[in-house]
Design a binder for this molecule. Sequence first.
Ligand code: DOR
Length: 424
Amino acid sequence: MIRGGRIVDPGGSHPADVLIQDGVITSVTATVGSVPAGTVVLDASGCLVTPGLVDLHTHLREPGREEAETVETGSRAAALGGYTAVVAMPNTEPAMDSAAVIRQVQHLGASALCDVHPAGAITVGREGRMLAPMAEMAALGVRIFTDDGSGVQDSRLMRRAMEYASALGVTLAQHCEDASLAGGGHMHEGEWSSRLGLAGQPAEAEELMVMRDLALARLTGAKMHFLHLSTARSLAMIRGAKHSGLAVTAEVAPHHFTLTDECVATYDSVYKVNPPLRTAGDIEAVKEALADGTADAIATDHAPHTAEAKEAPFDQAPPGMLGLETALGLALTELDLPAERVFALMSWQPAAIAGLSAGHGGPVEAGRPANLCVVDPDEMWTVDPSASASRSRNNPYAGRKLRGRVRHTVLHGEPVVIDGEAQR
Ligand code: DOR
């Protein structure tokens, strides 16, 4: 039983107690009188009780890079961050480009602390040359395909992938980066890259691929999702495409509404990420896109890297930063949006994009699977990377004060996080 909280779900907001049995919500009522002996009671006073968060963009690193993260450690970080489902990116070793690797990740996910949905690669080995066997992966339930980590460069191949995806009824998610234009760039190309003497990648490297894929989506009618968009003009193009009736969706990452390229002045590789941190103007555009519906989701791009890898000089370190445990706090603290909007962007809208609405994203009502998150919207806390459940420590928010913290997370009726502590 979750007692004393305020339900926030796609239908609105109201105070209620939630009773759960055998993984399913059995009642949502103003006040439950007596409860059966032995009932586990989670205190939600002062808290919001919402459908569990859904992350469209998590790197769990397994198989192949277990020194940075595993399905188990990454899913524990996810549960602590309020997530009950994550989409696992396919840039593992080997890549998730076959039924065998998809099955392996699904098997690992079966005992994880959140639901793990592998994304399939669009091309074999994510090499951009040959289409991967998408149908055999779709037959295993894969609903999102991407070469994330890189974009599909070849326009003809991307068109074929879209036609193939349309026939299969799945969504393609693009990491928008024109490799020839971005190649060799370690940060956003602009005033700071000049000052710091670091090779930059221009905003246009992202924008050209957004432009191309919008054109191809128009041509093929494919369902396209745009990953981690970071520039004002990328978002303006998505806004225009949506106005013209194109069925595309887009996500943005917390670091693109909280950090700018000026952070790189420390030469600390914790600020190296792809797409790179942009300008203050881009941050404003990302916030505007979240406010006006141009961006459909906040996705973490949780990208663990070992301390050894990140100790390399800025131009040699791998891009990526952690995100699962800080995303909700950053959104509640830094965005001037009502909590209901934040949960729409982090729970039910991403659940719909990933095809997970049957199990995740609410509504919180009797008969629904009990995948829930209880959040104290007023709790102040300080980010401490050493306290993370992740195997990695590349967290750019050390010492940052945030308002809003996950108190409990319930997965299929099991409390996997109680009072901010993972239960296994
Ligand atoms: O910063 C990033 N890190 N961007 C990506 O696209 C890939 C990711 C990773 O896998 O480390």
